[in-house]
Design a protein around this ligand. Structure first.
Ligand SMILES: Cc1cc2nc3c(=O)[nH]c(=O)nc-3n(C[C@H](O)[C@H](O)[C@H](O)COP(=O)(O)OP(=O)(O)OC[C@H]3O[C@@H](n4cnc5c(N)ncnc54)[C@H](O)[C@@H]3O)c2cc1C
Ligand code: SF4
Length: 564
């Protein structure tokens, strides 16, 4: 018996507990007693049900570190609650969450629960299944968010049942929330006289200032047991568990956040878009994984941020840049997911489902791709008609493109990379090549420790690939080699030349960029934000365009042949 099992058994409910306490179901992504029903109930009157459902972990070949993070955090949370005097019914099942809740009914006679409204669409479906089986679940508002559905409706109007078809501008929602919350506002006006300091926050990095060393959190006994479980049950999942250094105990997560606030955020802004091989994390907080499972609450994060900025400890441009991510993008994305029902209810054209791979060569990449799509194929919008299979390069087969290989290696090792690596290296390349937005989304979902449907789908199907046809972003986020060369040191270490557009030594990103514009002329040429690149494209001769097309095609063909 594991040491966790022994410890948690002592917190299991007695017959009297089962009858007298208020029972709250705490899913893996709402591990908090600072918001929602658990925060409103005295510990001696509260009981929580938690479920480890192995079938959920098998739904996709999730990164092993993501599974460890969830299991270890969930187990630590259960023990922390037991230490407060909360009764804990901790259920283990090889099945789904509904099986775990049914087990709690059989074992302890618990059949009525309160829970926060699930953030994940998948969790909502899981709870529907539990209700079908007779479990009574009362849903309370999710108080971890910084905005409400009513806030959204005040800015964009009420969304009816018809497909979502109009563009939503993040900045409008962000300004509304700044005014509503008063964060970084003075006398009703934004601090510094402007809502955004984005223009100041785009500097490349040249090795200084030095990036401070992050504290590491080696696995304790509970985390060690979670690592063993994941290696035993999910040996073929993406990534590895080696070199575990993430915090999972409440005090460690608090310390990690405070450390980021004091050491990274003062320098975050100017270099937030920069990429650097030896400092892959740069000055990013790396807090998303903890925010998304509520081990750290966004309300706490922005309150600390604003207080530090008020004391002059964080320059305004950095503080605003960070606030925009949390109060702006994070809230905006989850509403986009909600109003589109995970991009199912939108007007964009849909990519046809692909038949499962067949034939004698069944590579691991194909297998993983099939595992991904098995349970719920997910929405497949593809406004630009992209549908090619994601190549083995994303699963770890070297492509020879240094930027791509460097970032994929980081994802395999850590299950994380910072925003610009996601946007301008990984997603940019997939969009330029015409890889399926759905497959790319599923890859991000599997690969990243902070990925959940409400956040990964709008970021990939919406913002980065433009698969939703422009509901989330005003244009696809694409670029040639010039951007990557300016914002990183990747090109200096690459076999390809970022200054050349054609020929065997040229950087494929550039040829792919021009052919992407050419291929999508009908959909994009009238977009005012793309006027300049189209004007440049139109100045190219037929021979130049042909050479670009040949270079781009050769790259896509070559990558398509590689196996993993
Ligand atoms: C293709 C793509 C896929 C992404 N997938 C995810 C994902 O699965 N999960 C996820 O949490 N973020 C995702 N993001 C957003 C963003 O890249 C990460 O939130 C961020 O890199 C996390 O690192 P950090 O905590 O150091 O962030 P910081 O740079 O320190 O930013 C602070 C916080 O702001 C929030 N944030 C910033 N940008 C976004 C955004 N676009 N959407 C939602 N929240 C945001 C995060 O909670 C983050 O922790 C994705 C972005 C892209 C371009
Ligand atoms: S030259 Fe091209 S492929 Fe190589 S690192 Fe630069 S952008 Fe990436």
């Amino acid at each position: 018996m594991s040491s966790f099992a022994q410890e948690i058994a002592r917190a299991a409910p007695s017959v009297a507990d089962a009858k007298q306490r208020r029972w709250i179901y705490v899913p893996y992504d709402r591990l908090t007693d600072a918001a929602g029903p658990l925060s409103e109930t005295a510990p001696e009157q509260a009981g929580i049900v938690m479920v480890e459902a192995l079938a959920k972990a098998r739904r996709r070949p999730y990164h092993k570190k993501k599974l460890v993070l969830i299991l270890a955090s969930q187990r630590h949370f259960a023990l922390e609650q037991a230490a407060r005097g909360v009764s804990v019914a901790y259920m283990l099942t090889p099945g789904i969450f509904a099986d775990g809740l049914e087990l709690a009914r059989q074992r302890y006679g618990l059949s009525r629960f309160t829970m926060m409204e699930p953030a994940e669409r998948e969790m909502r479906l899981d709870m529907d299944e539990a209700v079908r089986r007779g479990v009574a679940i009362e849903q309370a508002p999710d108080r971890t968010w910084l905005s409400t559905d009513e806030d959204w409706e005040r800015v964009f109007g009420k969304q009816g049942p018809e497909p979502v078809s109009k563009h939503h501008l993040m900045d409008r929602f962000y300004r509304f929330l700044r005014e509503k919350t008063g964060y970084l506002m003075r006398d009703g006006k934004p601090e510094g006289g402007q809502f955004s300091f984005d223009a100041e926050n785009r500097q490349p990095y040249k090795g200084v200032p030095l990036v401070p060393r992050r504290p590491a959190y080696p696995p304790d006994e509970i985390t060690g047991e979670a690592i063993e479980l994941v290696e035993r049950e999910f040996p073929r999942h993406f990534g590895n568990t080696a070199g575990w250094n993430l915090p999972v105990r409440r005090e460690d997560i608090d310390a990690a956040w405070k450390w980021s606030l004091e050491n990274l955020l003062p320098i975050f802004g100017p270099y937030e878009d920069a990429m650097w091989t030896r400092e892959p994390d740069m000055f990013h907080s790396k807090m998303s994984a903890f925010l998304n499972i509520s081990r750290l609450l966004p309300g706490r994060v922005v309150a600390d941020l604003v207080e530090a900025a008020g004391k002059g400890l964080i320059p305004l441009a950095s503080a605003e840049g960070f606030l925009r991510q949390i109060l702006g993008w994070r809230e905006f994305m989850r509403h986009m997911h909600r109003i589109t029902d995970g991009f199912r209810n939108i007007a964009a054209p849909v990519e046809p489902p692909r038949a499962p791979a067949s034939g004698p060569v069944q590579t691991r990449a194909m297998e993983q791709q099939e595992e991904l799509t098995a349970p719920d194929a997910g929405a497949r919008p593809s406004a630009l008609g992209a549908s090619l299979p994601l190549p083995a390069a994303y699963w770890g087969t070297p492509s020879g493109l240094n930027c791509l290989d460097t970032v994929v290696r980081q994802v395999l090792d850590e299950g994380w990379s910072h925003h610009i690596n996601r946007l301008m290296v990984l997603s940019n390349f997939a969009t330029l090549c015409g890889y399926s937005p759905r497959e790319l989304t599923d890859w991000f979902w599997v690969g990243y420790i902070d990925a959940y449907d409400w956040v990964v789908e709008p970021n990939v199907l919406g913002m980065s690939t433009y698969a939703d046809g422009g509901l989330t972003a005003t244009k696809p986020y694409v670029s040639g080699a010039a951007y990557i060369n300016r914002m990183s040191d990747y090109c200096g270490r690459c076999q390809y030349n970022p200054k050349l557009a054609t020929g065997p030594e040229s950087c494929p990103y550039t040829a792919l960029y021009w052919t992407f514009l050419e291929r999508n002329e009908a959909a994009l040429a009238r977009n005012p934000r793309l006027r300049m690149p189209y004007n440049t494209l139109y100045k190219k001769s037929a021979a130049e365009r042909l050479a670009l097309r040949e270079r781009a095609d050769a790259c896509v063909t070559e990558l398509g042949k590689a196996t993993y």
